[in-house]
Design a protein around this ligand. Structure first.
Ligand SMILES: CC(C)(C)CCc1c(C(=O)O)[nH]c(=O)[nH]c1=O
Length: 308
């Protein structure tokens, strides 16, 4: 079975990646991912200019059907991750970056442009914007201005990580912005923002930062993830590939992401819950579905979701 995909001409022999933020903060974690046969490529934890401790714990909580997190961008800083991705690796790497402001975003990309890293970069547009404004990806004019500034100097392959959208007009608006630029890919979705879990026994929230508000992941966000992959596939130029992220727990979920148009698929919460063996299970389950349907490669059904 051919379970490969391609972004900017970079061949991912196997469709699976980690979701940025999960199992990707240290080089040890990144090596573990790269060395796993059922992993096709890796994404780093979003790097900021300087190393960050992130938010006080508890900042991640596992639920029956997913997760909630408000990590606060804990990472070892740009230099740590650029040094890692610059090394030669057997599989494609995606360097994720997140500024704490648009100016930081520009600075990070100037540094990547000046480096000898030739791999894929992914700008996390869930990064904060100016105070009083929503996160960058929900500020359409802000995103357009930022990408115009970036593409004036950045000549290396660049994709963006997007939060989920929930209004069809918002899909139209973000796609109209992104289609203006030579992006290699869009990675969608990031966690569903500012959910809240209440523990009834203790009558309390379960994570410390932000009064308990945090990004949602896992099975509970699958339908939103599928909708965002599908809606953006229907709207974005064919040249902009989609990495499907969000809610993947079974091979059927992976199949659904590909049907909606995903080129590759990331696993986040379920990787956190199950460990690296999740990739073996998902590969087995996906392969069985494909075999039952007589498919030999992902391209046999990619983007071919039927409507009724
Ligand atoms: C939410 C931000 C802290 C602005 C970016 C980093 C991030 C985090 C995080 O580090 O809290 N968690 C997520 O689920 N997605 C993210 O993109």
């Amino acid at each position: 079975l051919d379970l490969s995909g391609q972004i900017n001409g970079q061949q991912f022999e196997h469709l699976f990646l980690n979701a940025s933020g999960v199992h990707c903060q240290s080089t040890t974690e990144l090596d573990d991912l790269l060395n796993h046969p059922a992993v096709g490529g890796i994404v780093t934890k979003s790097a900021t200019l300087e190393k960050r401790d992130g938010n006080p714990a508890p900042r991640y909580y596992e639920l029956a059907d997913g997760s909630i997190n408000s990590m606060g961008l804990p990472n070892f800083g740009y230099d740590y991750y650029i040094d890692y991705v610059k090394q030669s690796h057997a599989k494609p790497t995606i360097l994720s970056v997140a500024g704490l402001s648009a100016a930081d975003d520009v600075q990070l990309l100037h540094q990547i442009q000046a480096s000898d890293y030739a791999g894929l970069t992914e700008l996390n547009l869930s990064c904060p914007n100016v105070i009083g404004k929503p996160q960058m990806a929900y500020d359409y004019a802000g995103t357009e201005a930022l990408l115009k500034e970036i593409f004036a100097f950045f000549k290396k392959p660049l994709g963006v990580k997007l939060p989920p959208y929930f209004d069809l007009v918002h899909f139209d608006q973000i796609a109209a912005v992104l289609n203006q630029f030579p992006l290699t890919h869009v990675n969608t979705i990031n966690s569903v923002g500012n959910g809240l879990w209440v523990d009834v026994a203790s009558e309390s929230v379960v994570i410390k930062p932000k009064g308990g508000f945090g990004g949602l992941g896992g099975r509970m966000v699958l339908l939103t993830a599928l909708a965002n992959v599908r809606a953006l596939r229907q709207r974005l130029n064919d040249s902009i590939k989609i990495i499907g992220t969000g809610g993947v727990k079974t091979g059927a979920d992976v199949f659904a992401h590909i049907l909606c148009g995903a080129e590759l698929v990331s696993v986040g919460t379920q990787l956190q819950v199950e460990g690296l063996s999740v990739y073996d299970r998902l590969t087995t389950e996906l392969s069985r579905i494909m075999a039952d349907k007589g498919y030999h490669s992902l391209s046999d059904f990619r983007g071919k979701l039927k409507t009724i």
